[in-house]
Design a protein. Structure first.
Length: 327
């Protein structure tokens, strides 16, 4: 039985790819009292309501995380919060930096303060690989948000609320995935554009991402930044799994894009422990009584976690089987 079983759960950004997968898992496996979907787009909320047949356990709150008062109202009697709301498009962030700061940074602080005020027990915030050694505005805002959530445990030291962060990379099957584009181009007999033929990425599916978040609620004390230990893949292998025999052409890295995905930088690696299926970055300073997990294993000096130095890799056949499972 999960700590979430029978509870009241709020999901910010709940109409996104992760939110929909999390809602389905919660309804099917957690027997929740309520799942509150907090998002700002009424059309997306209507579309997601159709997916779940107006399940009476679901509550629909229109609101923006920039609006602290609305968050306060939505969090009344909430036990657990999954913070998935964010602006995410890298190129859009470069043209609209202040809007990303308002949502990803100020909005995150609003979630923290509303959670403490409402007496929420635990909050898990979703991060991104782009927050590790950020080279673009989006990554910088998410790194800031990560630090805000870890520091939120200082603010909440005399309160019951605790905060942790999960960080993973691109999710296979999520909105904006390259997979539908590759399939469409292959059907037309066209060459597939690869940003750089040397690119590698971590591979995680939506069900795996949801389970990782669920397990993080179980394990967290507050203050951890969790990173899943998952296989890497070559982007060219992904293309061949989607479109066997297709021609590929190199179009070069886009602004703000990395050749390899990084989830733990060398500097962060000094605080990393290997704990079962994950790495846990320990907080630098913990005034709320944090104790490192007894079963955590130290990593080697100079450790960093990047998709090209991983010790696990997916083959083309393994990627194809994942694609065929319709994740």
């Amino acid at each position: 039985m999960s700590v979430l079983t029978g509870s009241d759960i709020l999901v910010t950004g709940g109409t996104g790819s992760f939110g929909k997968a999390f809602i389905r898992y919660a309804l099917d496996n957690l027997d929740p009292n309520r799942v509150i979907i907090f998002s700002r787009d009424e059309l997306k909320q209507w579309e997601v309501r159709q997916l779940f047949g107006d399940d009476p356990r679901l509550r629909w709150f229109l609101g923006d995380i920039r609006d602290r008062d609305r968050l306060h109202r939505a969090m009344h009697n909430v036990d657990y919060v999954v913070h998935a709301a964010a602006l995410k498009q890298v190129d859009t962030a470069e043209y609209n930096p202040w809007e990303f700061v308002r949502t990803n940074v100020i909005g995150s602080q609003n979630v923290i303060e509303a959670s403490i005020d409402a007496g929420v027990k635990k909050v898990v915030a979703l991060s991104t690989d782009k927050a590790s050694s950020p080279i673009n505005l989006y990554g910088a805002t998410k790194l800031t948000a990560d630090k805000l959530f870890i520091t939120g445990n200082h603010y909440a030291a005399a309160y019951p609320t605790r905060f942790s962060v999960v960080r993973y990379g691109n999710v296979m099957g999520s909105r904006g995935s390259i997979i539908p584009k590759f399939r469409a181009l292959h059907a037309e007999g066209k060459s597939l554009p690869i940003t750089d033929l040397r690119c590698t990425r971590f591979l995680i599916t939506l069900p795996e991402a949801v389970q990782f978040v669920i397990d993080s609620f179980e394990q967290m004390q507050g203050g951890e930044l969790y990173v899943p230990r998952i296989p890497s893949m070559k982007v060219t292998d992904l293309a061949q799994a989607i479109a066997p025999g297709a021609a590929l052409h190199d179009i070069g890295l886009r602004p703000g894009e990395k050749l390899h995905e990084e989830m733990i930088s060398p500097e962060e690696g000094r605080r990393a422990l290997r704990v079962g299926d994950r790495y846990a970055l320990q907080p630098d300073l913990a005034t709320w009584g944090y104790v490192a997990p007894e079963h955590g294993e130290s990593v080697v000096d100079g450790f960093h976690y990047r998709s090209d130095n991983n010790d696990e890799w997916y083959s083309i056949d393994q990627i194809r089987k994942i694609l065929e499972s319709d994740v």
